[in-house]
Design a binder for this molecule. Structure first.
Ligand SMILES: [Zn+2]
Length: 97
């Protein structure tokens, strides 16, 4: 007999997934929402949202901020900073001093 984890749900794109909670987020859609390339894909979802919510969607925009300013965004953890820094460096950019 199969063990059923939560309820089988189908999202509006037709992905099937099991969820025991009432959270309507489809993991496949959540994955697809991630940019495949670009620095935002390096970040955890909360950190990515912080930047997106502040309109920081490109490295050029990111480089207009200093590290201290980035850390002051609510939800941005220090663990994200090295990833952002190396993404900037790979593109010849840096945080504003
Ligand atoms: Zn989906």
């Amino acid at each position: 007999m199969a063990i059923i984890k939560g309820n089988l749900r189908t999202c509006n794109k037709g992905h099937k997934y099991y969820k025991s909670s009432d959270c309507p987020t489809c993991p496949t859609c959540e994955q697809e929402r991630k940019p495949n390339n670009g620095f935002l894909s390096l970040l955890s979802a909360p950190a990515r949202r912080v930047l997106e919510n502040n309109g920081i969607t490109t490295l050029q925009k990111l480089s207009a901020y200093s590290e201290i300013e980035i850390l002051q965004f609510h939800g941005m953890g220090p663990a994200s900073l090295p990833k952002l820094r190396s993404a900037l460096e790979e593109n010849g950019l840096a945080f504003r001093k």
